[in-house]
Design a protein around this ligand. Structure first.
Ligand SMILES: [Zn+2]
Length: 304
């Protein structure tokens, strides 16, 4: 057995409370400023680093380079251009919801967030969660080395259904959403909602996700993988022949990712609409790709 890497401890609830005391939005603003602009404040419109601190207004700056209509300048706050703009919730609430989402392996539903945070409206919680999910979409680096690729189906009306995808693979129900994913062993995962379940969609995903420096691309023998470019070092295991691991060829890692995702879907979100599926995929992908990042919270805030 390979040695498991040491578990990484991300910020605990107690550490969060210490760093961001209740009612202290300044602590949050200072943190956001440091994460957003690690090399000093820049204008969110034009990127100009030579901005003036508006001493009369805390957490506000002025850029004279992109002044609209020759006025005194563009004035902006620490939340300008972030998902926290135009919201009536204090920054600390946003931070807390982000922290809750990141520390929960299977995710938290808007209903859980609403109750936990004591929000008066489900819509508020729902919209905050989706804005945070959108902020978790990271620039992707193509996968190399040994890569596993697999597809799965999410949703369906029968919520007591056994989630063994092998049973539902052929003759996919119309209400299920196909998701494809690839994972580099010991590395990152890239997952996407598929428009169609066919060779063309698979080929498009392969072009976007798999580097040409891949040394092995392992899949099962699903027909969508049969016509992959001959230049790819592609090997398949045939699950229908009870073939699961042939040397290094297996898809256990990506199946492990699906299993976390599906437990989140079934156990936490109950109904995940196809429309917002890409956001849920982004959330699970971010948590997975930052699983060894002790500063996952700071990384998330930097992307907000
Ligand atoms: Zn500017």
């Amino acid at each position: 057995m390979a040695k498991r890497p040491k578990p990484i401890h991300q910020m605990t609830a107690a550490q969060f409370e210490n760093m961001f005391p209740v009612g202290d939005d300044d602590a949050c603003k200072a943190y956001l400023k440091a994460r957003r602009w690690p090399e000093g404040v820049r204008c969110p419109r034009c990127g100009n680093p030579a901005v003036y601190d508006l001493h009369s207004r805390k957490w506000h700056w002025q850029c004279t380079k992109c002044a609209p209509g020759g006025s005194t300048g563009y004035r902006f706050s620490v939340i300008a251009g972030t998902i926290f703009e135009n919201t009536n919730k204090p920054l600390r609430d946003w931070f807390k919801v982000t922290h809750l989402m990141l520390t929960s392996k299977k995710g938290m539903s808007a209903l859980q967030i609403m109750r936990y945070m004591g929000f008066g409206s489900y819509k508020t919680a729902w919209s905050m969660c989706h804005k945070i999910r959108a902020a978790l979409i990271e620039p992707e680096k193509k996968l190399g080395g040994i890569v596993e690729m697999d597809e799965t189906y999410i949703g369906g009306k029968d919520k007591n259904r056994h989630w063994n995808k092998r049973s539902g693979k052929r003759g996919v129900a119309a209400d299920k959403t196909p998701v494809i994913g690839a994972v580099q062993r010991k590395g990152n995962v890239i997952a996407r909602v598929l428009k169609g379940v066919d060779g063309t969609s698979v080929a498009k995903f392969v072009r976007e996700a798999i580097s040409n420096k891949v040394s092995l691309l392992a899949t099962d023998s699903w027909p969508g993988y049969v016509d992959l470019p001959a230049t790819l070092p592609h090997a398949m295991v045939d699950h229908s022949k009870k073939q699961y691991v042939v040397g290094v060829v297996h898809t256990n890692t990506i199946e492990g990712f699906w299993s976390i995702f599906k437990r989140g879907v079934v156990g936490t979100f109950h109904k995940m609409s196809a429309k917002y599926m890409p956001l849920y995929v982004a959330e699970f992908q971010f948590r997975y790709n930052n699983r060894f990042n002790a500063d996952i919270f700071g990384t998330a805030i930097a992307g907000c």
